[in-house]
Ligand binder design. Structure first.
Ligand SMILES: Cc1ncc(COP(=O)(O)O)c(C=O)c1O
Length: 444
C-alpha cells in the first residue's frame, strides 16, 4: 500500500537518486527504449500538489509539473473527485458513436473562455501533437490550400507532421522523410533580434509572401509563448500585425496553446496577452491536470469545414479526462487560479531580478505567470554577443535535483531554465526552491 500521509515540504533523505530509484532505473533501461530516457533518475511513488515523493522517501519540489501538465497540482481534490465519479458512470464512450453531455459541456466551457466574440466549436483528441495535426487538417479543409507556416524556435510535437513543424532538427534526426508543405518563417525573439513587434512582423510577412505566397498559404501556426524554443514572448504588436496580414489574405491564424493555455500564463489563454483572436486554438497539457486530453477550438464555420467522419479517433475525449477538464475549468474560476499564476510570476521575477545584480550570466528574464524562464549567457555577453551558457544551466539544474528540486530546461540553444510549476505551489515551497537555486547560481 502506498503511504499517502504527506507533509508538503521538500525532504532529502538519501542521495538523489537513491538506491531504490537506481535499482528501478536499471530495470527501466532494460525494459524501455532509449528514445524516452528520463531527464531525472528519481522514480516517483506519490505526488500531491507541487511535491513528488520518490521510492526512496525523498520529497522533491516539482517545478516542471510533468512538462506543464499538472497546472492545478498533482491530484487536485476536485479533479480526483470528478474522475472517480465518472469512473462509476462509464470509462469510455466514443463521442463519434454515442455522444454524452460532458463532451458538449466542456466544449461549451472552452468556447466561453476563448478570446473572440464569435461562434466557436471544440472537439477532443489525446495529445498535443494530435491537436496540432487536426488544426492543420481543418485549416487546409477550410481554405482549400495546402501550405502551412510555422515560426522559428517553434515546437509542435513528435508525430510525422509535427516533426516537420519543429525548429530543432533533433526531434526528427534520421526519422524522415518529413511531411511537406511546411515552411519555417522568422519569429519575434526580442532578446536576440532586437526588433520591435512591427519590425519583426514585417520580416515574417516578407518571408511568407516571398517564400510561399498568401494565395497558397492555409495557415500560420504559432505558439503565443514559444515553449520548447525558450519561453519566448513576442514583442508587443508582433502577433497583431501578423494576424492582420493573415486575415487580409485569407490565411488562418492558429495559436498552439498546448503549453501556454489553460491558466498557465495567468490568462486562460496566453493569446489574451496580445489581444489577439486566433481562428483556431490547440490545447492539451493543463486542460485535464494530468488526465489524457487535447483538442482544437475555433471559429464555428472554420471548424465545420471537414465533412462528417473526417475528424476524431477512437479515444479522443475520454470521459474521465473530460470529467477532469470540467473540474479544471471550474476550479480555475472558483479558485482564481490565473491570479495564483501571477503570484508565482511575481516571486520568480523578484528573485531573478535580484540575482541579476549579483551575476553576469543572466541574459534575459521573461515569461508570463507560471510559464517563466531565464536565459543564461556567458559572463559579460548579456548585452553583446549573448553567447549561450549551457554549462551554467547544467550546474544549476544538477544542484537543484541533488537537493530535491525538479527544474526543466528548454531553448533552441539549450541555455534556458524554465519554470512550469503548479499554480498551487505555495510561497513557502517557492522560496524554499529558490534558496536551492540560489546555491546553484552561487556555484557558477
Ligand atoms: C506548444 C506545443 N505544441 C505541441 C506539443 C506536443 O504535445 P504532446 O507532447 O502532448 O504531443 C507540445 C509539447 O510540449 C508543445 O509544447
Amino acid at each position: 500500500m502506498t503511504d499517502t500521509t504527506f507533509e508538503p515540504v521538500r525532504k532529502v533523505v538519501t542521495a538523489i537518486p537513491g538506491p531504490k530509484s537506481q535499482e528501478l532505473m536499471a530495470r527501466y533501461e532494460k525494459a524501455v527504449p532509449k528514445g524516452i530516457t528520463p531527464g531525472y533518475a528519481s522514480v516517483a511513488e506519490f505526488a500531491e500538489g507541487a511535491i513528488i515523493r520518490d521510492v526512496d522517501g525523498n520529497q522533491l519540489i516539482d517545478l516542471g509539473s510533468g512538462i506543464g501538465v499538472t497546472t492545478l497540482g498533482h491530484r487536485h481534490p476536485k479533479v480526483v473527485e470528478a474522475v472517480k465519479a465518472q469512473a462509476d458512470q462509464f470509462l469510455h464512450m466514443a463521442a463519434g458513436i454515442t455522444p454524452y453531455e460532458l463532451y458538449i459541456t466542456v466544449a461549451e466551457k472552452l468556447a466561453a473562455n476563448a478570446p473572440g466574440d464569435f461562434a466557436k466549436k471544440a472537439f477532443f483528441m489525446n495529445s498535443g501533437a494530435e491537436a496540432v495535426e487536426n488544426a492543420v487538417k481543418i485549416a487546409r479543409a477550410y481554405t482549400g490550400k495546402a501550405n502551412v507556416a510555422v515560426l522559428d524556435h517553434s515546437f509542435h510535437g513528435r508525430t510525422n507532421l509535427t516533426m516537420a513543424m519543429n525548429h530543432k532538427s533533433v526531434y526528427a534526426t534520421k526519422m524522415g522523410p518529413l511531411a511537406g508543405s511546411v515552411h519555417h518563417a522568422p519569429n519575434s525573439y526580442p532578446y536576440r533580434d532586437g526588433l520591435s513587434g512591427e519590425e519583426a512582423a514585417a520580416r515574417t510577412i516578407e518571408f511568407l509572401e516571398k517564400r510561399i505566397g498568401a494565395v497558397d498559404l492555409a495557415a500560420v501556426i504559432a505558439e503565443p509563448i514559444q515553449g520548447e524554443g525558450g519561453f519566448i514572448v513576442a514583442a508587443d504588436g508582433y502577433y497583431n500585425k501578423l494576424i492582420e496580414w493573415c486575415h487580409a489574405n485569407d490565411v488562418l491564424f492558429v495559436a498552439d496553446e498546448v503549453q501556454s493555455g489553460i491558466a498557465r500564463s495567468g490568462k486562460f489563454f496566453a493569446s489574451e496577452y496580445y489581444g489577439i483572436e486566433p481562428d483556431l486554438i490547440t490545447f492539451a497539457k493543463g486542460i485535464a491536470d494530468g488526465m489524457v486530453l487535447s483538442g482544437v477550438l475555433g471559429r464555428a464555420e472554420v471548424m465545420d469545414a471537414p465533412l462528417p467522419g473526417r475528424l476524431g479517433g477512437t479515444y479522443g475525449g475520454n470521459p474521465t479526462a473530460l470529467a477532469a477538464a470540467n473540474a479544471v475549468i471550474d476550479a480555475i474560476h472558483e479558485e482564481n487560479l490565473c491570479e495564483e499564476a501571477l503570484r508565482i510570476e511575481k516571486g520568480l521575477r523578484a528573485f531573478f531580478e535580484e540575482q541579476k545584480t549579483k551575476t553576469d550570466v543572466i541574459g534575459d528574464i521573461r515569461g508570463h505567470g507560471a510559464m517563466f524562464a531565464i536565459e543564461f549567457v556567458e559572463a559579460g555577453t548579456a548585452e553583446t554577443t549573448k553567447k549561450p551558457n549551457t554549462a551554467a544551466v547544467k550546474t544549476i539544474v544538477d544542484h537543484a535535483f541533488a537537493n530535491g528540486v525538479i527544474l526543466l530546461t528548454c531553448g533552441s540553444y539549450g541555455n534556458v531554465i524554465r519554470f512550469l510549476p503548479s499554480v498551487t505551489l505555495t510561497d513557502e515551497q517557492l522560496q524554499d526552491a529558490l534558496s536551492v537555486i540560489a546555491e546553484g547560481i552561487a556555484k557558477l
